[in-house]
Design a binder for this molecule. Structure first.
Ligand code: GLP
Length: 261
């Protein structure tokens, strides 16, 4: 695998030749973290993401499980977010997504899977969010957080306006986010208005973060996320000072970076 690394590219930004290369690299990184914990007889807490971006990572992890015996028995997972309201059985829920893209194909223990619920009663949302946060804490925090990025700079569903100290909570979805989801929901009117998402702080507390961005549609927001001063208009910008973050981009998503570094 050949990474395109120019002298001006910071070390933690890897520009890969293609989405496929980037995905293989991330899958390998995750597998190595899982195995390192297994060797110590420990569990690993993974923060997982949905969207198109991580699909090939999950595909490769499944291949590693089937062909190379990679086990997920020591994995405890926390997903970033879920639409609200949306039943887990809904074909576009993130529960379904995770089952179809990863969980149904590997040996993870079902009781180790955590995803915010999309069917929580409005009155119970706060308690649900607090206990999600507390459960992550009680397990020692997230070891490795996988992230995509929305075209408006959201991470998870931390929409523009989300502050650095935000925690797991219910959030109103931004018009760009709902617009981007309108095709798969077959009409904007069918896209849920809200979601439950881990907060920016929940994410930045992770020991390691990997953010992936592929395709030219992510070029402008990656430029802002990496090179503009940290601000709540681009929640992903709050990752800049994280002690261990890797940005994995393909060439298209990185096109505007050379102008700024
Ligand atoms: C959704 C998810 C995010 C994801 C983003 C980008 O809004 N909540 O976690 O990063 O979409 O999606 P995609 O990877 O399809 O571009």
């Amino acid at each position: 695998m050949e990474d395109i690394q120019t002298a001006s590219t910071p070390k933690n930004i890897t520009v890969c030749n293609s989405r496929e290369e980037g995905s293989l690299k991330v899958a390998e990184l995750i597998a190595n973290e899982i195995k390192a914990k297994q060797e110590k007889g420990e569990n690993i807490v993974l923060g997982l993401a949905t969207g198109n971006t991580p699909k090939d990572v999950y595909k490769e992890l499944i291949r590693m499980h089937k062909e190379e015996g990679l086990s997920f028995k020591n994995v405890i997972s926390f997903n970033l977010d879920e639409y609200h309201p949306l039943a887990p059985e809904h074909h576009l829920s993130y529960h379904r997504f995770m089952d179809e893209q990863l969980f149904n194909h590997v040996d993870i223990n079902r009781e180790n899977i955590n995803i915010p619920t999309g069917i929580c009663k409005v009155d119970d949302v706060e308690e649900h969010c607090n206990s999600y946060e507390a459960k992550i804490e009680s397990l020692g925090g997230i070891d490795l957080q996988l992230l995509g990025i929305g075209r408006n700079g959201h991470i998870g569903f931390n929409e523009p306006g989300s502050e650095a100290n935000s925690k797991t909570r219910k959030i109103e979805l931004h018009e760009v986010t709902r617009g981007d989801a309108s095709n798969e929901f077959e009409g904007l009117e069918h896209v849920p208005l809200h979601a439950i998402t881990m907060g920016v702080e929940t994410i930045t507390k992770a020991k390691k973060i990997v953010l992936m961005a592929f395709g030219k549609g992510k070029a402008e927001i990656m430029k802002q996320a990496i090179s503009e001063p940290m601000n709540s208009k681009v929640p992903a910008s709050y990752l800049q000072t994280h002690r261990s973050i890797d940005y994995i981009l393909d060439k298209e998503a990185a096109t505007l970076l050379s102008q700024t570094h």
